[in-house]
Design a protein around this ligand. Sequence first.
Ligand code: AMP
Ligand code: MG
Length: 390
Amino acid sequence: MMETKRILIDKNDIRDEDLLEAARILREGGLVAFPTETVYGLGANALDEEAAKKIYAAKGRPSDNPLIAHIASIDQVKPLVKEIPEAGRKLMEAYWPGPLTIIFWKSGIVPYGTTGGLDTVAIRMPSDRIANRMIALAGVPVAAPSANLSGRPSPTTADHVWEDMNGRIEMILDGGPVGIGVESTIVDVTEDVPVVLRPGAITMEMLKDLLGEVKIDPAITGPMRPDMHPKAPGMKYRHYAPKADMVLVELSDETREKLEDKEGAFVKEVEQRIADQAKCPSIRPEDYLLALEVDKLAEEAAGKGLKVGVICTDETRSEYVEDDGLFYAVRSMGIRAKEETIAHNLYRVLREFDDLGVDYIVSEGFSRTQLGQAIMNRLTKAAGHKIVKI
Ligand code: AMP
Ligand code: MG
């Protein structure tokens, strides 16, 4: 065990003197966890193979899972890559600094220890000002995956990092809770048509607007099969996983269609049930249907003696009643109508259920467009693709 230093940094008053030690640790081959706008990262000098190896050891992560090189300015890209294709240039101009990672062919100076043996390198320029200043002071690109133990939810506060990394790394920079809460979007520009390898806050819709044709890696849209070879090796691991078993409840296309006919018999029937039974009379029919099914599955499991956690939203929170005698914990992830609030709280709620020793989680599903795609990607992975459609 080494002693882990924790340094509190005020985002509105970032002083170089507070970051110089972190920069020195990085240059000398040590590990520093730092805030970014997406999740906390666990950084090491990206050009130092031995330093990169320490990241894998600290996380307990398989070493074929490549790291993302974080930079502080655009001129740091050129030395790391073979070429910058047109799509890469457009993406950098539009979304850097920001929550977007771009995959390029790597140059000779990037060690295979950083890229997990691949000939490509993942690069991102974070917008978080603490991250930016720390990387600039270090003077080297900083390789960083999320600062969690492998298999645990990504950390969105310095406390989460502390739980996982205390005693394993030299330093944690505490810049408060992160903004976005889910990892960066990853886009591969090494082929003719750009491919999204991981959805994030830069959405598919935004990418298509900018680039025209964009493909999506099949590992994102469905369960992994043994014959699939995802281009982002991280996709094959049971990532983002809570300790509990988990199931997601989603509306089927058929139900969605029926709900669209606002004057139809189906909607009228649901509205009648809401009038008769719902705790919140203004709840939307689609939200009520989800809450009813989630509550049913959760009650069944709690009745069998399992410790149950329910993930809901502010819109449905009032429909869940915590039963005496049964273990039935309910947490809202945020406001369904504002998906950025859901992304922001997602990993915190999963970690909270871990801490409570929950052994079965039932979660409401979300839209599969815009930011919903990133949210559902993380939730379906956490649930091991167990989805109930109603
Ligand atoms: P994390 O942000 O902690 O999930 O880790 C970085 C993610 O970036 C992993 O899922 C990797 O699989 C992905 N990644 C990093 N470098 C590459 C690369 N060269 N090609 C494809 N995916 C990559
Ligand atoms: Mg990760």
